[in-house]
Design a protein around this ligand. Sequence first.
Ligand code: ACO
Length: 283
Amino acid sequence: MADEQAVRAEEDTVAVTIENRIAWVRFNRPEKRNCMSPKLNRQMLKVIEELEFRDDVGVLVLSGEGDAWSAGMDLKEYFRETEAQGLWAIRKSQREAYRWWNRLRWYEKPTIAMVNGWCFGGGYGPLYACDIAVASDDAQFGLSEINWGILPGGGASKVAADLMPLRKAIYHAMMGENLTGPQAAAQGLVTESVPHAQLKARVTEIAEALLKKDGHALRATKWAVRRMIDMTYENAEDYLIRAQEALHSYGGVAARKEATRQFLDEKSFKPGLGTFDTSKVKD
Ligand code: ACO
């Protein structure tokens, strides 16, 4: 039988739909449970870079076609076939994967992982890269590397160590047992988990809330939180002063003045209870 993977063109390994300023980007190899091949990794970088600077995109959602989010790296195309070609081919493939995960970690726009099903190993790279992660209750998360005799590389061990309590991370990596959506949420791997039927509605609700906020402040905020992870308190304090000042150079002053006016003068919103009306900001 013809291998579907062999016939799927590189540009068909990722699907995109844009609706109301939300870009729904999907791993698109459902017949291979959306595992990441070199072709998919190259296409994903192209797609997300193209979306990043478009005015009609305010939030990016990453999900998977079919019943998987991503079954991790492609054991055939990413590992076996690449390894057969030697070290440079391995390094090239690694770079193609890491490059788009890195782009996504420092994306200009808010990103949400909508984890609709299987999420294994290398899938933890893009999972971590997304700012917010919402899982379906019946999604399955696994560091399955140990089950086939490797360690969780490609950043996956680091993701577990960064996001999960240490005891949970070590157990997760050593045992190769899967976590459900609610377990992944309880252990910090995802932000929250919801019944599958509510997954898209909940992600849409979060995306729409983000779209109402000031985009410059959102970008500065998510980058600041990520930068804080390995900074001393003193360095963080200083970084945040500089980041706030930089934000002022890119629309921040106007947004802040308008928000302050709406709160203090117009009394039309309370920052503790919701977001200001960004449509009134004058550039
Ligand atoms: N690499 C290569 N092919 C894969 C992968 C993968 N990671 N995952 C699934 N596939 C392929 C299968 O070989 C199969 O191909 P075929 O139709 O040509 O036989 C097809 O996708 C469908 O997979 P099934 O196993 O039949 O699907 P099922 O729904 O029964 O099981 C599951 C899904 C549990 C995700 C299973 O496919 C699996 O265990 N995949 C591997 C998960 C994994 O360990 N990923 C690697 C982590 S390590 C790393 O990323 C560094």
